[in-house]
Design a protein around this ligand. Structure first.
Ligand code: BES
Ligand code: MN
Ligand code: ZN
Length: 487
């Protein structure tokens, strides 16, 4: 995709379509007003008739408008102007792009940025790229057609470039999630990582089974045992700072398919389980953006890649595993596999001198019961670090909400009668929190924030601004955290 600035008048620009905005009060933006004048008051009339809506993400297309050189005008709702931020900019541009992408378009020009901050323009560009990319990788007739050339009114080249980098990284994450599990399994996932690492200049280390054994990653290996596909552990690093600078560590759950293992899932709950590597894919997307943005900081991204399957050598209910950090774990449900994988990867993050850690994982259905499908759960052992992560997510417009970690109530729920801890809580209560309590056992005193993305990582139905499937959510938040690191 080509993205470039334009300073042509909105009415003079030759393109398949131009995009202008209207807010929730029905106020047309500057360029929308110019289109209104050129069309003899058509836009204002349609707003009065409530044919054009200013609701965030509503798109009204006007074909062959008089007085305008472009083939059509898409008027996109910007929502409440008082609440307008980067999240709204992303969604509005994405919704317009998605609507226009229903047919192939050579060139679409966005005239939204009047009064937008640079950060909002960046988010808009990023949204436009994400909105027009669909999940239909294997359909011969596509639902969505990526726009070939995007023009953005009155924007700095550098802002467009960073918006494009973010958009490409989000789409990388989405594509990895959307690929079927027959194509993305631990080895092939690691091979994809090697490919983009080389292209973007990230350092990469891939651990195979032998290395995982030598490194005592027994919890990760236990989960992998039921599968014919051997596990991998990927370490990406970008040392953009000084050698002694603190290291930000991003950790992702990379279960390329979660059948539940011997505690096997139903077909219905398995349907979306190719998405169980979304945490790892999000870390990969963020790492790619961070290196391409040349952020002057030290970041390491780690992902544990396994397939949770049923086999003659599957790990069993009742097994006791000794994790990399020496803690013993009683396995009472093989479907609580993500925390076992993360246990060893978090321990490695500490060994690699993480100053602070964020992990992302499609960890629990319980988190979706608590917060729904659009909002991720935050859990932490360090309130200041969690506040920093939350502030970044809030500014990007990605929904997060913190859940408590009270030791008095929750610590005892993972006590085991035969080992140090067990891999499930008591019954189904506080399932998102007991999973986090388990992870907390592997980070020591290092400030750590866990993001349970079970809900927002994957959409079962499309939104006006985003096709169904992998969402790439939290790539922007992670990059925002990285931008603020050291600052
Ligand atoms: N990958 C699932 C969690 C999940 C569920 C992600 C739905 C996305 C959508 C995880 O490995 C899992 O199976 N968790 C169990 C834990 C339970 C056995 C303690 C769950 O949530 O039911
Ligand atoms: Mn599971
Ligand atoms: Zn899982």
């Amino acid at each position: 995709m080509i993205i470039s600035p334009t300073d042509l008048e909105v009415t003079d620009l030759e393109a398949d379509a131009i995009v202008v905005g209207v807010d929730a009060q029905g106020t047309l933006t500057k360029e929308a007003q110019e289109v209104d004048v050129a069309t003899g008051g058509m836009l204002a009339r349609l707003v009065t008739q409530e044919e054009i809506s200013g609701k965030l993400g509503k798109v009204t297309v006007i074909l062959s408008p008089p007085g305008v050189k472009a083939g059509q005008v898409a008027v996109v709702g910007l929502g409440e102007s008082r609440q307008f931020g980067r999240g709204q900019a992303f969604r509005a541009a994405a919704a317009a792009a998605k609507r226009l992408a229903e047919r192939p378009r050579r060139r679409v020009a966005f005239f939204l940025g009047d009064g937008w901050t640079e950060q909002q323009v960046e988010s808009g560009v990023c949204g436009a790229m994400v909105g027009c990319q669909g999940q239909d990788l294997y359909r011969s007739e596509k639902n969505l057609h990526a726009i070939e050339e995007i023009l953005w009114d009155d924007a700095y080249e550098a802002v467009l470039t960073s918006g494009q980098i973010l958009g490409e990284s989000i789409n990388l994450t989405r594509q990895l999630v959307n690929e079927p599990p027959s194509r993305i399994y631990p080895e092939s996932f690691a091979a994809e990582a090697e490919k983009f690492a080389e292209e973007s200049g990230l350092e990469i280390e891939v651990w195979d089974e032998q290395r995982l054994e030598d490194e005592r990653c027994n919890a990760l290996l236990a989960v992998a045992r039921g599968s014919a596909r051997p596990p991998r552990l990927v370490i990406l690093s970008h040392m953009g700072g000084d050698p002694g600078d603190p290291i930000l560590s991003l950790v992702g759950k990379g279960v390329t398919f979660d059948s539940g293992g011997l505690s096997v899932k139903t077909t219905d709950s398995m349907k979306t389980m190719k998405c169980d590597m979304a945490g790892a894919a999000t870390v990969f997307g963020a790492m790619q953006a961070i290196v391409r943005l040349e952020l002057p900081i030290n970041v390491i991204g780690l992902a544990g890649l396994v397939e949770n399957m049923v086999g003659g050598d599957s790990y069993k209910v009742g097994d006791v595993i000794s994790a990399r950090n020496g803690k013993t774990i009683e396995v009472l449900n093989t479907d609580a596999e993500g925390r076992l994988v993360l246990a060893d990867v978090l321990d490695l993050a500490i060994e690699r001198r993480a100053e602070k850690i964020i992990d992302l994982a499609t960890l629990t259905g319980a988190c979706m019961i608590a917060l729904g499908t659009d909002v991720a759960g935050l859990m932490t052992n360090d309130q200041a670090w969690c506040d920093a992560v939350r502030a970044a997510a809030d500014d990007c417009g990605e929904g997060v909400w913190q859940l408590p970690m009270f030791p008095d109530y929750y610590d005892e729920l993972i006590h085991s009668k035969v080992a140090d801890i067990k891999n499930v809580g008591e019954g189904r209560w506080a399932g998102a929190i007991t999973a986090a309590k388990f992870l907390e056992q592997f980070v020591g005193k290092t400030p750590w924030t866990h993001i349970d993305v079970a809900g927002p990582a994957f959409l079962e139905n499309p939104k006006p601004w985003l096709d169904a499937g992998g969402t790439g959510m939290f790539v922007r938040t992670l990059v925002e955290v990285a931008r603020r690191w050291n600052a």
